[in-house]
Design a protein. Structure first.
Length: 139
């Protein structure tokens, strides 16, 4: 009986030591700025069409993010302020919208997205990309 009791005491002591070592460990990622911004691939956007993206994924390490569009470009040139203003972003979710009857032409558009948390702001150059293409001919 003494051997069984001693074995149980040793086992409980090991369990107690193992639990206390991990329980109060400081999160090593808690002070990191946002990273890994990703939007779903966008397909079938046509000239003048209304568009709403999905919510992106981003690593914020438990901090609340705020999103903003800072600049953008096509394959030919930087977007001017008037064209950039056609795109809007929900600052709390990162969802990007484009209104119906917008004047954007057939082109690939790339937007730079800032993500800010209490741990800092990160600029994701080309963080969002979409292609406006011709409508397919109906059979």
């Amino acid at each position: 009986m003494k051997k069984a009791s001693l074995g149980i005491v040793v086992m409980l002591a090991c369990l107690f030591v193992a639990c206390t070592e991990d329980t109060f460990e400081v999160n090593q990622f808690s002070d990191l700025p946002p990273s890994d911004l990703k939007y779903s691939q966008i397909i079938n956007i046509y000239p003048g069409a209304k568009f709403t993206s999905g919510q992106p994924t981003v690593s914020t390490f438990g901090k609340k993010p705020t999103f903003s569009i800072t600049s953008g470009r096509t394959s030919a040139a930087e977007l001017d302020a008037e064209t950039l203003a056609l795109f809007s972003i929900a600052d709390s979710t990162g969802i990007i919208m484009l209104d119906l009857n917008n004047p954007l032409g057939i082109e690939v558009y790339s937007l730079d997205i800032n993500v800010e948390t209490t741990n800092g702001t990160v600029a994701f150059k080309g963080g969002f990309e979409m292609e406006i293409s011709e409508k397919p001919l109906e059979p």
